[in-house]
Design a protein around this ligand. Sequence first.
Ligand SMILES: Nc1nc2c(c(=O)[nH]1)N[C@H]1C(S)=C(S)[C@@H](COP(=O)(O)O)O[C@H]1N2
Ligand SMILES: [Mo]
Length: 406
Amino acid sequence: MKRRNFVGKVALGAMSGIIGTEIVFGSTMPLEYKPIALQDIDPYKMFNKDKEMVILNDKPWNIEARAHLLDDRITPNKAMFVRNNGLIPENIDIQNWALTFDGESTKQKKTYTLTELKKKFKIHTYQLTLECGGNGRNEFDPPAKGNQWTIGAVSCANWTGIRLKDILEDVGIKQDAIYIGYHAQDLHLTRDPSKESISRGMPMYKALMDETLLAFEMNGKAIPLVHGYPLRLVAGGWPASVSGKWIDRISIINKEHDGEKMMGSSYRVPKNPVAPGEVVKDSEMAIIESMPVKSLITYPKTGALLELGTSLNIRGHAWAGELEVSKVMYSIDFGATWKACSLEGPLNRLAWQHFRANIQLPKKGYYEVWAKAIDSSGTAQPMLVPGWNPKGYLNNACHRIAVKVV
Ligand SMILES: Nc1nc2c(c(=O)[nH]1)N[C@H]1C(S)=C(S)[C@@H](COP(=O)(O)O)O[C@H]1N2
Ligand SMILES: [Mo]
């Protein structure tokens, strides 16, 4: 007689966790069976997201915000985009979670438990902008494959943790160290344990910056599971793919990291401008580091109605990768003329900056408000989609909202 396979204890625990109570006769549930309560998972509940967030994909989960949901100065979990390349780890063993440093450029292989990490090193909090390299991809023509992000793959939360540089100093890095590569516990979509879903990294100079964190808290609480619980890298101002979630190993190496999604055209753009649709050789592509200047009008929501005679108060955020934003301008005549918004400085380096403006609209009718940020090196956002690239990265076109005066 063929033996029936039953669900293991760990998987049962995870399912009970999601359902919120014990599955009483769970030990007799066949292996391939999915309880009814899990057949129709509500991602908004599961991830604690605002009902207006947009689900782009469920295998893996990719969810983006809309501009007006990002109105808070510090992004709350409910409005934070989700970008997964693989499957969210199912069984996080918090008691035994450890972070190992290895690689040819480490003086010693060393492992720290979570408790050691938190006790041994000074704890810092920074507000850090994380934007997916593919944010804005939906506007490129010819279209690029991948998640069709509109404007919502950006966040700026408070992250608390220890400086990567403090722990690297404790481990000891050799003179020849060039790069660090992260390794994480999310499973590859195929569930093949020998494959990684993503393993990126950063050059030493970014790893050693004060604001580069190994974080265990987001907005004052343990990081939500989908955002990297219990430990993630946070490297603000760079493509968010550098900020590895669920990490348990960091390699310190004497060459550029060649992990999953580091090579080929992944998170790379052509070194020189190319024509739309052109095939670009891998050797002509460069790794994206600092993200370009960009802004979002987060209030009002596009489509707002305004009564004639009342002024329109707009507000939003602007950010510029490693740089500061020095100016934000707005236009109500499709970019013909621009006026300055008032702009605040960042809370700390790599945090987005808030802008606002008080606008008079002369008569009844349809208007668009466009916002354009300029970084401290003088570079402005392009009004429309910037240079095409094969993977559709770095679209920092001006954000626009529609307003009707009635
Ligand atoms: N381990 C792991 N880390 C990861 C990813 C992932 O799939 N697995 N996705 C990366 C990408 S591409 C982005 S844009 C950010 C998204 O972070 P968030 O989901 O917390 O917003 O996480 C990065 N870190
Ligand atoms: Mo990303």
